[in-house]
Design a protein around this ligand. Structure first.
Ligand code: KG4
Ligand code: ZN
Length: 349
């Protein structure tokens, strides 16, 4: 029985997995309502909310899993990267629970959690064993990275040189007065638009690098919004229905989304040419993006690749992925010292 804890940002999450990686419970308590008035996450508020939420969230996870704390045999918590105060709450809880129970402790890298999450089983379904080697794309609010995983060794193949994909969705949505987190709202409104009516170019580096860059696309989108406003087209803001959203803005968001997704496919195509792979695993909050899911499914099918898309319940932050990564480490004979593990806001994978 593995207890997972994840508090790197604004979600307080606790999960219980059995030794084969099956998820017995995965509870995520969102702090959305608390941060929404500020349009983004307020770090100090997030830390305090984690403290307040922990006991009910842990209690719920144990209850759903049908186990008691003394049945737990491994404890795992996220050590970074993330908001330092928020990380400290979950990591300290994990260390003390493990120390108190006298069981092994695992301080897990948040991105390692995301990376393997496409191989988590949906509720009630068994986990699938990750292939020996695969390419992992992690797209979230803080990261846009591609990793090559070979026999448990992880190396970075590409990463963003500036903004993350989720971050630019949030910023463009915020400019339109949409509620936090703006990414899913922008995605929903873009569904009603015509990307060809307002195309944006896909960023490329002149040195041929496969790294990502999203700040240029963000600036282009913000300038285009300003231009529409000068012509009297304004976003109603709030949790607007597609029917009440100006069609010109929907086209703009569709074009923006198509270019953002287009960049992912451009980089994957070039990575495939430079070093073939058979398995692609896609995770992180932005893996919920509708267009990204459709395009990746087509692209992988055309090339005969095996695509593992993280299920919607595990694409955003959750503790099941942290427990899952710890279980892999446990099988490899790795273990962390609960008295030594330290939280880190920035942390190489
Ligand atoms: O992995 P995650 O929950 O937290 C981080 O580690 O960042 O990812 C959250 C990010 C936010 O930027 C959110 O706006 C974005 O994922 N996101 C989306 C969608 N759903 C979530 N972005 C675009 N389209 C979506 N459907
Ligand atoms: Zn995340």
């Amino acid at each position: 029985m593995v207890l997972g804890i994840e508090t790197s940002c604004d979600d307080t999450a606790c999960a219980v997995l059995d030794g084969t990686g099956n998820v017995l419970a995965s509870v995520v308590s969102s702090q959305l309502k608390v941060h929404r008035p500020y349009g983004g996450v307020v770090p100090e508020i997030a830390s305090r909310e984690h403290l307040r939420n922990w006991l009910p969230v842990e209690g719920e996870a144990l209850r759903v899993a049908g186990v008691e704390l003394r049945d737990i045999e491994l404890v795992a918590a996220t050590r970074g990267p993330g908001l330092i105060g928020a990380l400290l709450v979950g990591l300290s809880l994990g260390k003390s629970i493990a120390y108190g129970l006298g069981v092994p402790f695992y301080a897990v890298h948040h991105l390692e959690g995301h990376l393997y999450s496409p191989y988590l089983g949906a509720a009630g379904e068994p986990a699938t064993i990750p292939p020996e080697s695969f390419v992992g794309l992690v797209v979230s609010g803080g990261h846009t990275s591609v990793y090559r995983v070979e026999g448990g060794r992880i190396s970075t193949a590409a990463e963003t040189r500036d903004d993350a994909m989720g971050e630019v969705f949030d910023k463009v949505g915020k400019r339109l007065g949409l509620p936090y987190p703006q990414g899913p709202v922008v995605d929903r409104l873009a569904e009603a638009g015509d990307a060809d009516a307002h195309p944006f170019s896909v960023a490329k580096f002149s040195d041929g690098s496969v790294d990502f860059s999203y700040s240029g696309l963000k600036s282009q989108a913000l300038l285009a919004i300003e231009a529409l406003e000068r012509r009297g087209v304004h976003s109603p803001g709030g949790n607007v229905d597609a029917g009440d959203f100006p069609p010109e803005l929907a086209d703009l968001l569709a074009g923006f989304r198509a270019a953002a997704v287009g960049q992912i496919l451009d980089r994957l195509e070039r990575l495939l040419e430079s070093g073939p792979f058979e398995h692609l695993a896609v995770s992180g909050g932005v893996a919920a993006n509708r267009l990204l899911r459709r395009r990746l499914a087509e692209w992988s099918a055309e090339r005969g690749l095996d695509l593992a898309l993280s299920s919607l319940v595990y694409s955003g932050d959750n503790a099941a992925m942290i427990a899952h990564a710890a279980l892999r480490r446990h099988r490899l004979g790795l273990e962390d010292d609960p008295l030594e593990a330290e939280a880190a806001s920035r942390l190489a994978i």
